[in-house]
Design a protein around this ligand. Structure first.
Ligand code: NAD
Ligand code: ZN
Length: 344
């Protein structure tokens, strides 16, 4: 089968032919219908050899939807042909966090060497993929796989971040969304569907800000060194209750800290190498700074329920598997508006 692989440190991803996988006991084989292209892959492919926690080559793709092609011995509860989304942050399934479905915070994944598909285990950017356990699948019924696939990360990750701050997102509150790309443009829609907060979106191009407005941002502001002042102006000098940073670079975490109000939440989702110093007097009193990771199995089911209700519409650009390297290039250059999706 064809697969998109990251094969050598620092090299561009390549389309190669690899053996068709076969499901072992307890595993599920999917015929992949769609795989999302995430900026995290670009970050991983920029790491030096000593920081990469898995062997190469790696089949990319941590957002996957497919149809069940074969069941390994002992797997029950799924049938061939079922359309399913892959829950990516695989955990041990046994620790106290996994018992709650919070496999993204598995206590033993590192020790046991469990890694997500596309970020250690072979991923979704191939004609077929192996899912290690049926509990990592959520049936999507009649949802369009192409529109749904990115909800497994670009939907689930912002959903989890927003849920952590839900108590602050009362009517009259303000939320800043920094970076309105794959994750950010879904975050705006989730904020509008889940809360009555006012959304101020920040990005670096008019095209991205246009998408932010189209998906529900009340204000769209150019992200430069004056952006935090603009947020303060728009909030009567007080700042935002919640700031969600989907870039996480040094300038954006600075903006995030400066745009938050007293007792606000600054949530850094992007992995752009920025860090916000936390210490008395460095931030408004009581600021909560956190850097969450992905989301829980229950939250993925909730995001898919929102999709069934028509509350989220991921803007997608589709590519064939042979075009996947070009999709990564375009994402790297900031030229994808919404999410790129590969159709293997
Ligand atoms: P993306 O490239 O689709 O979107 C990033 C957006 O940020 C783009 O619209 C870009 O124009 C904008 N941007 C760049 N510099 C900016 C700046 N200075 N100010 C404002 N906007 C700016 O990326 P994505 O796939 O949505 O991923 C977003 C980030 O989230 C990445 O760092 C990714 O690695 C990370 N991520 C984290 C998790 C997690 O669990 N913490 C999960 C998925 C992705
Ligand atoms: Zn991702």
């Amino acid at each position: 089968m064809k697969a998109v692989q990251y094969r050598a440190v620092g090299a561009a991803p390549e389309v190669v032919t690899v053996p068709d996988p076969e499901p072992g006991p307890g595993q599920v084989l999917l015929k992949v219908t769609a795989a999302g292209v995430c900026h995290s892959d670009i970050a991983v492919m920029s790491w030096p050899a000593d920081q990469i926690p898995f062997p190469l080559p790696l089949t990319l793709g941590h957002e996957g939807v497919g149809t069940v092609a074969a069941l390994g011995d002992g797997v029950e509860g799924l049938s061939e042909g079922d359309s399913v989304a892959v829950y990516g942050p695989w955990g041990c399934g046994i620790c106290v966090n996994c018992a709650e479905g919070k496999e993204n915070y598995c206590l033993r994944a590192r020790e046991l060497g469990i890694m997500p598909p596309g970020l250690g285990a072979p991923g979704a950017m191939a004609e077929y993929m192996i899912v290690d356990d049926p509990r990592h699948l959520v049936p999507i019924g009649g949802l369009d796989p192409v529109k749904t696939v990115s909800l497994t990360d670009a939907g689930l990750t912002p959903y989890h971040a927003i849920k952590r701050s839900l108590a602050k997102l009362v009517p009259g509150s303000t939320t800043v969304v920094i970076g309105t790309g794959g994750l950010g443009h879904v975050a705006i829609q989730l904020l509008r569907a889940m809360t009555a907060t006012r959304v101020i979106a920040l990005d670096v191009t008019e095209e991205k800000l246009g998408l932010a407005r189209a998906v529900g941002a009340h204000e769209a502001v150019l992200s430069d060194e004056k952006a935090a002042d603009r947020v303060l102006e728009l909030t009567g000098g007080l700042g935002a209750h919640v700031v969600l940073d989907f870039v996480g670079a040094p300038p954006t975490v600075r903006t995030a800290g400066a745009a938050a109000r007293v007792d606000g939440d600054v949530t850094i989702v992007g992995i752009g190498g920025g860090a916000l110093p936390v210490g008395f007097g460095t931030l408004p009193y009581g600021t909560n700074v956190s850097a969450p990771y992905w989301g829980s199995r229950k939250e993925l089911a909730e995001v898919l329920d929102l999709a069934h209700a028509g509350a989220v519409d991921v803007h997608v650009e589709t590519y064939s598997i042979d075009e996947a390297p070009r999709a990564y290039e375009r994402l790297h250059d900031g030229r994808i508006n919404g999410r790129a999706v590969i159709l293997p």
